[in-house]
Write a protein that binds this ligand. Structure first.
Ligand code: NAP
Length: 286
């Protein structure tokens, strides 16, 4: 039997409708959530991402400020911009688009963002709060994966979840979020022995390795939910995930396509975080 395809765009649109209702309610209380996105340099992919974030803000009625700085901006100048945004009451969320030019220390910049405005969820305090289970702003891509699983009607509690990949932006927070949802979690990485056998035990398999079509049906338990975070540009210009979608289609129970699976969720979760931060800043329950 063919797996159920999880349509990320549909889920994302549904969440955005809910967020529009939330921003409208907040505006009635005199609160307009605000997001600042800082772009340093001319990286074409970054420009596309920043444009998409700005568009989402307009759609949802979120105040947006895009600060475009030249590639030769110094670390000191960038830190001064972050500090100004930290102090700006109209701004609830600050996102510095990565990667930054090589002469700027990314960690120093992330650390400078006020944790209450850390809508990317990358600040060490946000990560720490996630580990100990305190309220915090969640990294957008893993948070989007949780929404996709839940809204597919799959119960996470008690399931065995296997996450392949252990990066700070996807794999590790993904594993922590699944743990918070009461899954039994295994993390695999490039040094894992018998990965195929481990993956095959997963009721929930999340793959984030950056290797096109590396995971085929031999890694998939029949009926499992397979979430493909990977985005890889092939030589012919097409996009491919880390999972071989066609190969897994008859084995998985649910599967995300690439494009159109996890991708559309990331910016929507950024919007969710901005609204969450605005509520907290104004003492409104979240
Ligand atoms: P990353 O920083 O390069 O990390 C890759 C991880 O995968 C590492 O932990 C690495 O293990 C592990 N790995 C690599 N090859 C492996 C293999 N053959 N078997 C098992 N583990 C392997 O990548 P990332 O930033 O997490 O991104 C992963 C993918 O997700 C990329 O394709 C990226 O483009 C995509 N992504 C998508 C979104 C979205 O919005 N949809 C957002 C972020 C990332 P070691 O730690 O041992 O080296």
């Amino acid at each position: 039997m063919s797996a159920q395809r999880i349509e990320g765009k549909k889920v994302s649109d549904q969440i955005r409708e809910e967020l529009i209702a939330e921003t409208n309610k907040l505006k009635e209380q005199g609160v307009t959530p605000g997001l600042a996105v800082v772009l340093v340099g001319e990286d074409p992919a970054s420009k596309v991402y920043v444009g998409a974030k700005e568009k989402a803000c307009v759609q949802l009625g979120i105040h947006s400020e895009v600060i475009k700085l030249p590639a030769e901006t110094s670390e000191e100048e960038l830190l001064a911009v972050v500090e100004r945004l930290n102090q700006d009451a109209a701004i609830n969320g600050i996102l510095v688009q990565l990667p930054l030019p090589r002469h700027i220390n990314e960690k120093a910049v992330i650390d400078a963002i006020l944790p209450a405005k850390d809508v990317d969820g990358f600040h060490p305090q946000s990560v720490g709060n996630l580990v100990i289970g305190d309220d915090s702003l969640l990294p957008c891509t893993p948070a989007g994966v949780i929404e996709l699983i839940k809204r597919s009607g799959v119960d996470i509690a008690g399931k065995h979840a296997v996450v392949i990949g252990r990066s700070n932006i996807v794999g590790k927070p993904m594993a922590l979020l699944l743990l918070r949802e009461h899954a039994t979690v295994t993390i695999c990485h490039s040094r894992t022995a018998n990965m195929e056998e481990i993956a095959k035990q997963a009721d929930i398999l999340v793959v984030a390795i950056g290797k096109p079509k590396a995971i085929g049906k031999s890694f998939v338990k029949p009926g499992a939910i397979v979430i493909d975070v990977g985005v890889n540009r092939l030589e012919d210009g097409k996009l491919a995930g880390d999972v071989d979608f066609d190969d897994c289609l008859d084995t998985a129970g649910f599967i995300t396509p690439v494009p159109g699976g996890v991708g559309p969720m990331t910016i929507t979760m950024l919007m969710t975080n901005t609204i969450h931060a605005a509520k907290r800043a104004n003492g409104i329950g979240v």
